[in-house]
Design a protein around this ligand. Structure first.
Ligand SMILES: O=P(O)(O)OC[C@H]1O[C@H](OP(=O)(O)OP(=O)(O)O)[C@H](O)[C@@H]1O
Ligand SMILES: Nc1nc2[nH]cnc2c(=O)[nH]1
Length: 205
């Protein structure tokens, strides 16, 4: 089943509303806008979790494969919102040569700690941009003999729609702009923001 995908609501100036400041972040001067505030993220995650649970009536819990580092915030909130038991695994891959552009080559930085033969796997991704990482990951995990692989992604950009990959559950379709926060970084910063935002032009090096 595919859940309804939302476009983000109108963007706001950072710090202009209590819902994006769930934690003091001190980055306000560095951001140009809040794209998706914390409350909207959490509401969507609850919706995604309910949709996934409705499709997974299993004796064996599904295995959530979190794609580090970006998906770490998402997987922890998603797993806690999921009304069925699930197990967690972590994999780290990278395709980003510079801070904002893909090198086109995907590398495993940390592999899964266990065999996934016969398991129902759910890949948990923070963002699908070029689609390169996910398409590589789907092929890689498929060679390991899982019973099924589903994908849940919080954010998706327009380029990804053109790539021939099936994404079962998507949170938000967002514009083709570089976003930070809620796990997503620029040069390892901003992952700790409780919302998804845009960086001010003056911050790019
Ligand atoms: O669709 P794509 O263009 O392939 O981009 C998506 C990937 O890029 C980001 O990871 P990144 O390689 O930046 O590593 P990180 O999660 O550790 O920041 C993100 O977490 C996705 O995994
Ligand atoms: N931080 C961040 N990482 C990405 N990886 C692929 N697209 C993006 C993006 O828009 N922001």
């Amino acid at each position: 089943m595919t859940t309804a995908v939302s476009a983000p609501a109108e963007r706001r100036a950072p710090g202009s509303d209590a819902t994006d400041s769930g934690a003091p972040h001190g980055y306000a001067d560095e951001l140009s806008a809040v794209l998706i505030d914390g409350a909207t993220l959490q509401a969507k995650i609850a919706e995604l979790a309910a949709a996934v649970a409705a499709d997974h009536h299993l004796d064996t819990p599904p295995l959530l494969v979190c794609v580090l580092k970006g998906a770490v915030m998402f997987v922890t909130d998603f797993a806690r919102a999921l009304p069925i038991p699930a197990e967690l695994e972590f994999m780290a891959v990278t395709s980003y040569g510079s801070a904002t552009s893909s090198s086109g080559v995907v590398r495993i930085l940390k592999d899964l700690d266990r065999d996934i033969t016969g398991r129902r796997v759910i890949i948990v991704e923070d963002i699908i941009d070029s689609g390169l990482t996910l398409s590589w990951l789907l092929k890689n995990l498929a060679t390991r003999g899982p019973a099924a692989i589903d994908v849940v992604a919080l954010l998706r950009k327009p380029e990804a729609v053109k790539v021939d990959i099936e994404v079962d559950y998507v949170g938000f379709d967002i514009p083709n702009e570089f976003v930070v926060g809620y796990g997503l970084d620029y040069d390892e910063r901003y992952r700790d923001l409780p919302f998804v935002g845009l960086l001010g032009e003056h911050m790019y090096r």
